[in-house]
Each structure stands twice: as C-alpha cells, then as structure tokens.
Design a protein around this ligand. Sequence first.
Ligand code: PLP
Length: 400
Amino acid sequence: MTALIEASSPHVMNTYGRLPIALSHGQGCRVWDVNGKSYLDALAGIAVNTLGHNHPKLVPALQDQIGKIIHSCNYYHVPNQERLAAKLVELSGMTNVFFCSTGLEANEAALKLARKFGHDKGIERPQVVVYEKAFHGRSIATLSATGNPKVQAGFGPLVEGFIRVPLNDIEALKAATANNPNVVAVFFETIQGEGGINPMRAQYLQHVRALCDERDWLLMIDEVQCGMGRTGKWFAHQWAGIVPDVMPLAKGLGSGVPVGAVVAGPRAASIFQPGNHGTTFGGNPLAMRAGVETIRIMEEDGLVAQAERVGQHLRDTLTRELAGVAGVKEIRGQGLMIGVELARPCGVLTQRCADAGLLISVTADSVIRLVPALIMTEAEASEVAALLCPIIKTFLAENA
Ligand SMILES: Cc1ncc(COP(=O)(O)O)c(C=O)c1O
C-alpha cells in the first residue's frame, strides 16, 4: 500500500515548504522513499552527506562509537576533539579549532571572535563587513549578517554592526569602510550557496586578504557549504592561495552527524579565553568520531580530487546539453557545487525532478543547485545530467 505523505504535519512547526516525500534509506548516491521509489541524490541533504548514504567504512565506525560513548561534555577531555582539530589545522594551515554542532553556531562564534577582537583593541562598537546575497544562518546575529531581506523579514530589530557591500568589488569595499576605525572583520562565503552559487573571484580574495592585513581586520570565510572538499580543494578559498583568520565549517564535516567548527589562525586563536564561549553538544564523542572518520575516508579514497574531476564532468555535460537553450542564463560553480541559473523562477523543478527520480534544490528563486555526495561517480553525474536537462528544456519551452 502506498503511504500518503501529508502536505503539512499537525504537530511539527510549519517552517518548511516540504515536498510530499519521506525518505526511508539510502545507499551511496541513491535514496529510497517510504513507498519504495528510488532517487538519484544530487542534493546530499544540502551539501551534508559527504560520503553519501550507508557508507561501508563510516557506518561501522559510528556503530562502534555509539556502543562506547555518544556524549560526555566539555567538562572533560574528548580525545577525538584533539585528533579532528589537528587534522583541520593540518588541512587549513590555521592553528586552533572550537567545535559546535551547526553552521549558524560556527558563524555566531566567528562573529563573537570579531567583536572581542575589536573590544580587545579598544573598539567599543565593532563593525563587520558582510555581503549582498550572503547566507550565514537563522539566529538573530547570523540572519542580520545574511543579505536576504526574506530571511530577515519579521525578526527586527536586527543586530547592529554590519556594513554590507557587493561581491567582487574591491573599490566598493574600500569606499564602504573609508575612514571607519570601527571595522574589525570582513566576512563572506567563498562561493555563496543559498544566494545562488555565486563565487568570489580569486583576485578579489587576494585583494581582501591584503586589505585585512594592511588594516588589521580579521578575514573570516564561511566555508560551511563550500568547504570540506566539495570544490576540489579542502577549502574553497585555497583556490586563491590565501589563508583566512577565521573559518566556520559545518555541513559536510560530519557526513550527516551534526558537527560545526570554527577554525582560527594565529590572529584569532587566542581571542576566546575560558568562559568566553561554550556549548553543550559541541565536540561530543559521536560528532568528533564522525568528523575524524569522514576526513580519514576522504583521504583514503581520494574524494577531494574526485569531487573536482566529477564536478568538472558534470559541468561540462550540462554545458554541452544545455548549449543554446533559451532561458539558461549561466552554469557556474566549482567541483561538486554547481548552479544552473535560469531566466525565470523555477522552484517547481524540485518536484518535477523528484517525480523523475532526481533530488535537487532550487535556490535564490531561479538557480538549480547540485551539491551531491563527494563519492558521486562520473557515470552517476552523467545520469544526473540525463535526468535534469530534459526537465529544464521542457520547463523553459513552456510559456516561452
Ligand atoms: C554558507 C552557510 N553558512 C551557514 C549556514 C547555516 O548552517 P546551519 O543550517 O547548519 O545552521 C548555511 C546553511 O545553509 C550556509 O550555507
């Protein structure tokens, strides 16, 4: 018998426009719903399931950990915190890590670091430069930093202390901060995710790095969505050869187990002292094991290089298949973080793709977002394109 999925749930708060689908299990890049229908997963729980579903190396490791200890608390040492921190330090070229559980928490910690960095220098009302179309989370501070009026609507007064600038415009950044002694940090995503897969150019990143050095600002790069190997480097800003002072991470770090982290370089690593910051769940033994094993498996299986190769193949295939199709504005991104921007809003495509057995998302109204697991193969990427392109063409031909 087919289980009917209600359009809304009577008891769960009505915060999401959900599709009428409930997933029951997965294997690799495929998932099945409670009615047995299968889908190719090009969304990976919104860039979270780095190792796909039911990974043969991850699952036994997590089972082993659950059998030992799930949670202790930060009154005691958690050995895998040090192991995971050391690995993140090695991969990033930074120095110290604070662990939390989500992206917004990592960003809150970054914003607190920026404020205290300012206060320690005698700046009473520190200001942070943020960007148009940015997304940093849904807490009051992170939604204030977010550059999307829809996310902010109804939640004023917003947190003060943000200066907003456009992407990739160094002169605009200089003009917005001219003669302002209260600026303490510049904060952005290397590739904006929710904002529509908008990359910061390498040269712009290098200019901002130099400006932050010159003016003693913290360079804080939100790699919550674009980090952890997705673009073909461990962290997307590494394509520009720079190192930030503060780097929030989450999403793919725990392959589905909630893990967030703020990685700090020498200028930010000692700002927090005991009592300045904390969280109950952050860095717990299960989360840390998930992080340690995710990186171990990624290294063993060469998944960062695979993300670059398969992502390039997917972008090339989409570019070839959609060449000359009226209404396809741009195909952009890096590695397995790909956006296909259409000339008109296309939110209906999430359902149409699901009907065809493909999970995707649409962000910023008109950008199809593909952020599959890093284990995706070229054959699976070809299948994504083969499912997606005809749906895009049919959609764009309607009311053309
Ligand atoms: C770049 C970026 N930062 C922060 C967040 C917030 O993360 P979380 O939903 O885990 O709080 C997101 C979530 O989409 C994100 O994409």
